[in-house]
Design a protein around this ligand. Structure first.
Ligand code: FO1
Length: 327
């Protein structure tokens, strides 16, 4: 293996951002300075949307802001210390969504992105351009350059944009299923398949398995790339002690008929030896009793602390994932 391992992380949302920070921290702790060459993050873009004329990429921005150290750590989204003057004006005009806040600094990001997209740049090129502003220490790739926004279909057939279901209704309307518009015709963004093929380890962040990791895996070609890579694929459970750590992943799991349990999510991803993806699965000490069940699926269980309550714990978790992957 090379001195500096090549790590690919599939990520989205707050859990994904914290984990990516942890991986960068673990690589730095190993003395790797050029973490941007070692760490590629494939980010979910299924949460993206058009609102008030601008393109939002919530998960791309969450990962970018977290790596740059400018994220709002309390809310979990947007910029630290942001104001909402433009948002108040938009509300006064009746533009946008009254339940969805666009911070002033955050809007700067959306306006810059939209301008470059309108100029003809692809999302991959825009993210590359945006990653020059701060030393992120990672290469960020969108899962696809296609727009594949998530739609939630309720039991009565009502269709809502994922962000309306998530932020307005706090995922309380029982969902029948999720659909990523046009995903069957999408292809992985340039560099995604190559990064997975050349990786020494592929890590699935403890992100929402249904609406964060699910859309990445649903881009035609991504699942095949994961199954074909010689790198071990290691996942981290987003469930601790039978509960979601943050967010409303339980509502998403319920919609697809999966129990909110660390073992059930491992089974959802499946064992590599059995047509699935995982070689190993990190589960919390609180869920240690499920290790036998996970092993029974043909996935190697690794019981380890999963709480990412600070940078040191996130880095320790990432280090455990790297060790589980044999790097
Ligand atoms: N989440 C909210 O709960 N309320 C909001 O008003 C809100 C605004 C928002 C603006 C930009 C952005 O990038 C994310 C924003 N989020 C907001 C977070 C987002 O809805 C979700 O948490 C993620 O998409 C799920 O990962």
């Amino acid at each position: 293996m090379r001195d500096s391992p090549r790590i690919v992380v599939l990520a989205g949302g707050v859990g994904g951002s914290r984990f990516v920070l942890g991986v960068r921290g673990a690589l730095r702790a190993r003395g790797i300075r050029d973490t941007a060459s070692a760490l590629t993050v494939v980010v979910n873009t299924g949460d993206d949307l058009w609102l008030s004329g601008v393109r939002l990429q919530p998960d791309v921005d969450s990962v970018t802001y977290a790596l740059a150290g400018v994220n709002d750590t309390e809310r979990g989204w947007g910029r630290q210390g942001d104001s909402e003057r433009v948002n108040e004006e938009l509300q006064a005009w009746g533009a946008g969504w009254p339940w969805f806040t666009l911070g002033d600094l955050d809007l700067g990001t959306h306006i810059a992105r939209t301008g470059w997209l309108r100029d003809g740049h692809t999302p991959t090129q825009v993210i590359e351009r945006m990653s020059h502003r701060w030393p992120l220490g990672a290469r960020l790739l969108p899962m696809t350059d296609a727009e594949v926004d998530t739609v939630v279909i309720l039991h009565d057939g009502t269709r809502l944009h994922f962000q309306e279901w998530w932020t307005r209704h706090r995922a309380t309307l029982p969902a029948a299923r999720f659909e990523n518009l046009g995903i069957a015709d999408a292809s992985p963004a340039p560099g995604v398949v190559e990064a997975v093929a050349q990786a020494d380890a592929v890590l699935l962040a403890p992100s929402n398995p249904v609406v964060s990791i699910g859309p990445i895996l649903a881009v035609p070609g991504v699942r095949d790339a994961l199954r074909a890579t010689s790198a071990p694929v290691v996942g981290v459970s987003p469930i601790i002690g039978g509960r979601v750590v943050r967010g409303m992943a339980d509502a998403c799991l319920a919609a697809i008929g999966v129990e909110t349990s660390a073992a059930a999510v491992a089974d959802l991803y499946g064992a590599r030896g059995d047509g699935g993806l995982l070689d190993a699965w990190l589960l919390a000490e609180e869920d240690g009793a499920l290790a036998g069940e996970v092993a029974g699926f043909g996935i190697r269980p690794v019981v380890t602390p999963l709480w990412m309550t600070d940078a040191a714990r996130s880095a320790a978790l990432a280090e455990s994932a790297l060790i589980a992957a044999g790097v």
